[in-house]
Design a protein around this ligand. Structure first.
Ligand SMILES: *Cc1c(COP(=O)(O)O)cnc(C)c1O
Length: 397
């Protein structure tokens, strides 16, 4: 079957939730992807910040193949060694105390919300607690995660959502303070907003929110689904701010390609959960946890976080040169290998042109090009990306 036949078949059978690019990806190698026609693409999207270690990593693949032949799934009625190891590596890496494995970022947020609600319920026996989230945030698409997602476009057709959710301005401490009541049980924040357009939190803001949480016995939830796992130059973004959340959601690069997420909590929050409060059939199965465990090992043996810190100033410098060159690029924002370039004009055509030239980039927010490459990129890859991006801009605008 040729490409157009495949696309027609896809459009006839898949739910129309995405306006997909007209590319059928077939295989990957390092930081390059190939489509079914053999065309090669430099990938600065990494499957939306997932493939941190690049494609076709032999050690990672071998680990998964071995686990595949051994045991894929057990249910959570029993223990399995990969999940035990992965949980220990996660608590060590985060400094939090307990892990619950999920199948996606959205489910990690669901779990985080439930944990916060149960903590508050245990205190006063009521269920009318409130959660403060941020405008312009993204936390997922299920009814709970959508309820805390600060995007009215995504929400409008699906009301009523869960009650008691209030939205503050990101990086505006006063606006958070103004929403706090004695019913507030949690504040949820992405330390670096991703989908919304790559906005890092300021240190004053996060510290201010942390202080408010401590004074008012409110649980602080960080959503590190996108900004976690080394992407910003520390294993988790919060570690650059000198403070810790009570609850944290992770996913995307956690398994580097297999569907796995997790939420973690400190002992104070975790103690609120009792057997029967939450569960999952697949979550934490041996296959995905073998991947998580191996990902942590490979991050360590390849010193991925140091590499991110070495390469990202170069990427930032090259992106800043584009701002000097093009008047319609307004600013660069980001941390480490999570960067956004905001344009004053739409970027859709630039992205299509880049694909033609063999570069995969994605958007975030409005008129923003998002760069979230595999964390193993080198200077040469940055140079190749910049060349292709410049050509795409010149041929489009
Ligand atoms: C992607 C994302 C989610 C949702 O994760 P899924 O795996 O798509 O369910 C939640 N929060 C943030 C910050 C994300 O970037």
């Amino acid at each position: 079957m040729n490409k157009l036949n495949y696309i027609e078949k896809a459009e006839n059978n898949l739910l129309h939730t995405y306006k997909r690019y007209q590319i059928i990806l077939d295989k990957g190698e390092g930081v390059y992807l190939y489509d079914t026609e053999g065309k090669k693409y430099l990938d600065f999207a990494a499957g939306i910040a997932v493939f941190a270690l690049g494609y076709n990593n032999k050690e990672y693949n071998d680990t998964l193949k071995a686990q595949l032949d051994k045991l894929i799934h057990t249910s959570n009625y029993y223990y399995n060694v990969p999940a035990i190891d992965a949980a220990k590596k996660l608590t060590t890496a985060t400094g939090l105390d307990r892990v619950f494995f999920t199948n996606s970022g959205t489910e990690s947020i669901e779990g985080a919300i439930k944990l916060a609600k149960k903590y508050a319920y245990n205190k006063d026996g009521s269920t009318d607690h409130e959660i403060i989230s941020m405008n312009n945030s993204f936390h997922g698409r299920s009814m709970g995660a959508l309820s805390v997602t600060g995007n009215s476009e995504y929400q409008k057709a699906f009301k009523p959502l869960i009650g008691g959710i209030k939205f503050a301005e990101f990086n505006n401490l006063e606006s958070v303070k103004n929403l706090i009541t004695e019913k507030t049980c949690a504040i949820i924040i992405e330390p670096v907003q991703g989908e919304g357009g790559i906005y890092p939190a300021t240190a004053e803001f996060l510290q201010g929110v942390k202080d408010l949480c401590e004074v008012n016995d409110i649980l602080l939830i960080f959503d590190e689904v996108q900004c976690g796992m080394g992407r910003t130059g520390s294993m988790f973004a919060f570690q650059q701010y000198g403070l810790k959340p009570d609850i944290m959601a992770v996913a995307k690069a956690l398994g580097c390609g297999v569907p796995v997420g997790a939420f973690l909590a400190n002992e104070k929050a975790a103690a609120a959960i009792a057997p029967g409060d939450h569960g999952t059939t697949y979550g934490g199965n041996p296959l995905v946890c073998a991947a998580v465990s191996k990902v942590f090992d490979l991050f360590e043996s390849n010193d991925i976080v140091s590499h991110v810190n070495e390469i990202s100033p170069y990427l930032e410098g090259e992106l800043d040169k584009l701002i000097e060159k093009y008047s319609f690029i307004i600013e660069r924002r980001g941390k480490g290998l999570m960067q956004g370039l905001e344009f004053s004009v739409p970027v859709g055509d630039i992205i299509l042109k880049a694909q033609e030239l063999g570069l995969i980039i994605i958007t975030a927010g409005k008129n923003i090009i998002r760069l979230v490459p595999p964390l193993i990129i080198t200077k040469e890859h940055v140079d190749e990306m910049i060349e292709k991006l410049k050509a795409s801009i010149d041929l489009t605008i």
